[in-house]
Ligand binder design. Structure first.
Ligand code: G16
Length: 543
């Protein structure tokens, strides 16, 4: 086996978004495409000579072939070792844990997360740093800069690794270790949660439905929920990862996880339902006839995390992304805890977690996590909920009702307009930006605008500034709408409209969120001219 240096040229559009590079699978499969981006990562992080990397993905179409290429390139670039999940499988949080546990220099995670997989769907690749978290803005910029000037990549001219056999082997001068993707992660969960109490819940007849959505959490959920915690076989639905996620859209929200929603809203609904996404970092929580929004879930976990052994000493603080509702802030303020508001993207939580300023983080996009890894973690959130349910003996709907009675309810919803013409979406945002100063005092949808700005974040740890992070409009009476373009889509632009209204009247905590938010929805459309500019009369997805 020899190292080949292959001449190449920059490829247009290799610009990482909210979470690494995501493109159509066919784009990633073009000759040299994956190779260029992988070399740009290696160069952008200052080379990988003598380094150890963790490599794994969510098992989607092209995962195994791409891992073969990455391993041959890592060997040709002088890496000392790659640690790879068996079958090329590693959930994103499990990869984060492995990087930290083994003291690796970073990792490459192959996933387009909640986007569909398959030859006609999406693929993605992201680099996580030595802390186990997504590359910071600074590192991401270096990787992108490298893609624009790359002129060669290095790869071995042969050599295959058997991804299915545990143990060590050599690829050129590099060592490859194939590890069980589940074992270390399952062990970590056992240190954070009271497995005995949760096991007792299942022994007592508590019923749960977990939808792995044909994606990576299947093996993790079978092992942890059914093997270690004793939930009956069948608790895990769609638990075998498939390259195209069973033809589905592995995004755990009420629209794409409809199978689970139907189970949880049936007459004989189980006590607890949950789902996770393509790469296992997102979660959806639903009780019997009771969907919990991700923002509310974060707030409830922030309030009750101390009931789990891993958090018994209390939380240092809690952070949420800006478009996430302020429900968690209300808990933090009541408990005298620090709270932070960051731009969208898990990478922004890394510094706060590393500096010990926060213990829990969460996002409206169904991500919740803690300082146990540096990624959001779907199964972790499910286990923390189970721990709380076991200790309190209350149902999900009882817990939520108590929560709202104590802290008030931040009614919340996100409306997504998908595959919108990119130019029209960019213009909508640009025009709104230009009018921000003129909005206060204006009325729309029967509401009066009390303030408007564009979110900019000054990182309290490294002092960096990230601007242009979403347009916020506030209304008299405690309402807010945020406009932002998605950084993870692969088809045109996705316009996200985040709607929120605080309610503290004890008699008004039980409304349907869409009804409670109808004034803000009307105001959002009027102010941003969504219908007129996108040609859409309704959102594609409401969560
Ligand atoms: C990624 C990031 C999340 C972020 C989400 C936002 O999620 O990891 O931190 O909230 O993107 O997506 P968008 O830019 O489309 O609103 P994931 O699960 O896709 O990795």
């Amino acid at each position: 086996m020899n190292v080949q240096t292959v001449e190449t040229a920059p490829i247009e559009g290799q610009k990482p978004g909210t979470s690494g590079l995501r493109k159509k699978t066919a784009v990633f499969m073009q000759p040299g495409y994956l190779e260029n981006y992988t070399q740009a990562i290696f160069d952008g992080i200052g080379g990988i000579d003598g380094k150890t990397l963790v490599v794994g993905g969510d098992g989607r179409y092209f995962n195994d072939v791409a891992i073969g290429t990455i391993l041959r390139m890592a060997a040709a670039n002088g890496a000392a070792k790659c640690i790879v999940g068996r079958g090329g499988i590693l959930s994103t949080p499990a990869a984060s844990h492995l990087i930290r546990k083994r003291g690796a220099d970073g990792g490459l995670i192959l996933s387009a997360s909640h986007n569909p997989g398959g030859p006609n769907a999406d693929f993605g690749l992201k680099y996580n740093g030595p802390n186990g978290g997504p590359a910071t803005e600074g590192v991401t910029e270096k990787i992108f800069a490298r893609t624009t000037e790359i002129d060669a990549y290095r790869i071995l001219d042969g050599g295959d690794v058997d991804l299915d056999t545990l143990g060590n082997s050599a690829l050129g001068a590099m060592q490859v270790e194939i590890v069980d993707p589940v074992a270390d992660y399952a062990e970590l969960m056992g240190t954070l949660f009271d497995f005995e109490a949760i096991g007792g819940l299942f022994k007592g007849g508590f019923r749960m439905a977990f939808d792995a959505m044909h994606a990576v959490t299947g093996p993790y959920a079978h092992e942890i929920l059914e093997q270690r915690l004793g939930a009956p076989a069948g608790t895990v639905m769609n638990g075998v990862p498939s390259p195209d996620f069973g033809g589905g859209h592995p995004d755990p929200n009420p629209v794409w996880a409809k199978t689970l929603m139907d189970v949880m809203y049936a007459d004989d609904a189980p006590d607890f339902g949950a789902a996770s996404d393509g790469d296992g970092d997102r979660n959806m929580i639903v009780g019997a006839h009771c969907y919990v929004s991700p923002s509310d879930s974060l707030a409830l976990l922030a309030d009750r995390a101390e009931l789990a052994p891993g958090y018994a000493v209390g939380l240092a603080g809690v952070a949420r992304s800006m478009p996430t509702s302020a429900a968690a802030d209300r808990v933090a303020e009541a408990k005298g805890m620090a709270h932070f508001e960051t731009p969208t993207g898990w990478k922004f939580f890394g510094n706060l977690l590393d500096a010990g300023k926060v213990t829990l983080c969460g996002e409206e996009s169904a991500g919740t996590g803690s300082n146990h890894v540096r990624e959001k973690d779907g199964l972790w959130a499910v286990l923390l909920w189970l721990n709380i349910l076991a200790v309190t003996g209350k149902s999900v709907s009882e817990l939520m009702a108590e929560h709202w009675a104590t802290y008030g309810r931040n009614y919340y919803s996100r409306h997504d307009y998908e595959a919108v013409d990119s130019a029209a979406a960019n213009k909508l945002v640009a025009d709104l930006r230009a009018r921000l100063g003129a909005l206060p005092g204006q009325s729309a949808g029967g509401l009066t605008v009390s303030g408007a700005d564009e979110f900019s974040y000054d990182d309290p740890v490294d002092g960096s500034t990230s601007s242009g992070q979403g347009i916020r409009i506030y209304f008299d009476g405690g309402g807010r709408v945020v406009f932002r373009l998605s950084g993870t889509g692969t088809d045109g632009a996705t316009l996200r409209v985040y709607l929120e209204q605080l309610e503290t009247d004890p008699a008004a905590l039980d409304k349907d969120p869409q009804e409670a938010l109808s004034g803000i929805v009307a105001a959002a459309d009027e102010l941003a001219e969504i219908t007129a500019r996108t040609g859409r009369s309704a959102p594609d997805v409401i969560t």
